[in-house]
Design a protein around this ligand. Structure first.
Ligand code: AKG
Ligand code: FE2
Length: 372
């Protein structure tokens, strides 16, 4: 199999549940982790009815809420960077991202108490729109996030196996704290269409995800656009389309997982182009985190020579449009995350983390900021 991919592989989750075919799945997964860094996971055990309700009923309702209702739960209210971001509030690589979004997270009570590091405040309760305005939405979204969370933990076990690591805490599970101390984030994103001759089409600019694993449900509410949307950069720098496929998640590797696996599991640069035409693109990404106190530099895993040879045969990226991370291996993961969040949402950082904001933006709120 060529290491320089020209499409994103599709893996059937049902194979992983079938003892007779599990090994086939593990081999496909090894290839996808090492050579692509992206895959479609088809038939994941997430209730389709739940997803359909979320997509067809609640997503349109959510974005159709009046501006003052959305702004009542704006991210600037939240030290946890959870809540609503209006169009144009976020920046990647120095350019504004053309998307509107609501950030939510799995239920969590902030563990921060006086004397604790600031990054303990990064995780905490979500802001929810008024129950009367979108009745039932919160319950559905929380159920959805918990189901994806379960898939993400099972997937991490499969990834451990694919990379030749032991199961459980001896493998990738060592990077999670106990469940009460973990929080994962999910957001609901709308990419409005741009005109067919628009010069600028940055839905979200080229970037790497920072964490461990990302699970994106990418969808068209109205299947009326042939626009590619999500694109993934291969080893020679070409952008490969990853269009929505029903009943799949797009799964990708974050920089933290790449680092602790010595580059075996690839983090791959990706971006979203704004849809052209009349219909928006929607997606629901889920970002699986690792424990807030993990320092990556002290946590790098050991692998067999055989597996490392597969990495070396792949080679490394010749061109990327994404900026590399700098500080991220030495600081605790919570601090790395916090820095990324303040850079992406400086207005929120200025309110809730004024000291860190001053270090990162000594000249005050920038007209244009950039995380990655
Ligand atoms: O909307 C998508 O399909 C992907 C978004 C993404 O890459 C991100 O938010 O990190
Ligand atoms: Fe991403």
């Amino acid at each position: 199999m060529s290491a320089n991919f020209s499409s994103v592989p599709i893996l059937n989750y049902e194979l992983a549940q079938d003892p007779a075919r599990r090994q086939e799945f593990i081999e496909q997964l090894r290839h996808a982790l090492i050579n692509v860094g992206f895959l479609y996971l088809s038939n994941p055990p997430v209730d389709q009815e739940l997803l359909d309700t979320l997509v067809n009923k609640y997503i349109p309702q959510l974005f159709a809420l009046p501006d003052d209702t959305k702004l009542a739960i704006r991210m600037a209210n939240s030290p946890h960077f959870l809540g609503y971001s209006k169009l144009g509030a976020e920046f990647t690589k120095g350019a504004v991202d053309y998307r509107e979004q609501f950030d939510f997270a799995t239920p969590h009570i902030s563990r921060w108490k006086p004397g604790d590091p600031d990054y303990y405040s990064l995780w905490g309760p979500s802001q929810w729109p008024d129950e009367e305005l979108v009745p039932g939405f919160r319950a559905i979204m929380e159920r959805y996030m918990l189901q994806v969370q379960d898939v993400s933990y099972v997937f991490a076990e499969l990834a451990s196996e694919a990379l030749g690591l032991p199961p459980g805490k001896a493998g990738l599970a060592r990077f999670y704290d106990t469940p009460d101390l973990m929080q994962h984030r999910s957001k609901i994103v709308k990419y409005p269409p741009v005109s067919s001759d628009a010069q600028v089409d940055q839905g979200v600019g080229p970037h790497y995800d920072a964490g461990f694993l990302t699970f994106v449900r990418s969808l068209f509410l109205l299947q009326a656009s042939d626009h590619p949307g999500l694109q993934v950069q291969n080893l020679s720098g070409e952008w490969i389309d990853a269009p929505p496929i029903p009943k799949t998640f797009v799964v990708n590797i974050g920089k933290a997982l790449e680092f602790v696996t010595r580059g075996l599991a690839r983090a791959t640069s990706h971006r979203v182009l704004s849809p052209r035409g009349n219909t928006p693109r929607y997606s629901v990404p889920f970002f699986q985190n690792i424990g807030l106190n993990v320092r990556l530099a002290g946590s790098v895993l050991d692998f067999s020579e055989d597996i490392l040879r597969l990495r070396d045969a792949r080679g490394s990226v010749s061109t990327t449009d994404s900026v590399n991370f700098a500080e991220f291996d030495r600081e605790p993961s919570g601090q790395v995350n916090l820095i990324g969040r303040v850079k992406s949402h400086p207005d929120v950082g200025q309110i809730h983390y004024p000291e860190l904001f001053k270090q990162l933006f000594p000249h005050g709120l920038p007209a244009i900021a950039s995380a990655y």
